[in-house]
Design a protein around this ligand. Structure first.
Ligand code: CU
Length: 267
């Protein structure tokens, strides 16, 4: 009777440990259907970021499942009643070298696989002479502050200060199929400009003007959120990026400028 109880206990404990990898894998397999996966990628580099993400996810996933299964087997095997004396070991140098070398090689593999995308997104964006905007001639400047997003579109001379500068709060308007360059500025503390659909996340750092770029390939309205806990009103930093067809964008900007010029005049 006592033996049966012990066996039952071993099986229950083993099953509980086995549930961890099964539920873990199940969550990832069904995440898309349960709408807890990434939203659709609509930026030019979104696909490459997703590719890196799934590469790392597979590496971590395989390691996770292998470790968990090993744990379950060891629990099952060594939880049985065994009257013999314990056997002590001082480890194995070969084993330690293997589990140091394998992760090191995997990390090197990740390092080299991500260099191209990192460079494209953060260091040297692709640029052609026909592109209307560049780092030197940005489309806009985004200001993060507790607790809002403000975006400035320069006047026709490219100035970001002065009375002909168009400013918008929370809502950012950009043209589709255009490399949108902008500077990201914080007016107080750390914030983070995050547009999940673009796979774009960049910290706004006090005292720095951080150059950022993206190219949206689809027209639509996309969530902009602050991804850095920046104070009590952090949750309020929810904006929208409106990606417009190019002519609609030009019309919108002109309309905003006209509204500025008309401001205060009665005729
Ligand atoms: Cu914030």
């Amino acid at each position: 009777m006592a033996q049966l109880k012990h066996l039952l206990f071993r099986l229950i404990v083993t099953a509980l440990f086995l549930a961890v990898p099964i539920l873990g894998v199940w969550t990832f397999v069904n995440a898309d259907q349960m709408h807890v996966w990434f939203p659709e990628a609509v930026s030019s580099f979104g696909g490459e970021i997703d590719h890196l993400f799934s590469l790392i996810l597979w590496m971590v996933g395989i390691t996770f499942v292998a470790t968990e299964v090993l744990l379950v087997l060891i629990i099952l095997r060594y939880s049985r009643r065994d009257p013999s004396r314990s056997h002590y070991t001082h480890g194995s140098h070969v084993l330690e070298m293997v589990w140091t070398a394998v992760p090191a090689l995997l990390l090197l593999f990740i390092l080299f696989s991500q260099m191209g995308v990192w460079s494209e997104v953060k260091i040297a964006p692709p640029h052609e002479p026909s592109d209307p905007y560049s780092r030197e001639n940005p489309l806009m400047r985004v200001y993060a502050s507790q607790f809002d997003w403000r975006v400035r579109y320069p006047d026709e001379e490219g100035n970001f200060e002065g009375e002909n500068v168009v400013e918008s709060a929370y809502d950012i308007y950009v043209p589709v199929d255009t490399k949108v360059f902008f500077d990201l500025v914080s007016r107080d503390v750390l914030h983070s400009f995050y547009v999940p659909n673009f796979r774009l996340k960049q910290d706004a750092i006090p005292g720095m003007k951080v150059p950022v770029w993206f190219e949206a390939r689809e027209v639509g309205d996309f969530d902009l959120i602050c991804a850095e806990l920046c104070g009590w009103g952090h949750y309020k930093m929810a904006g929208r990026v409106h990606v417009l067809p190019q002519d609609e964008y030009t019309a919108w900007l002109e309309g905003q400028r006209e509204a500025l010029y008309d401001n205060g005049s009665e005729d």
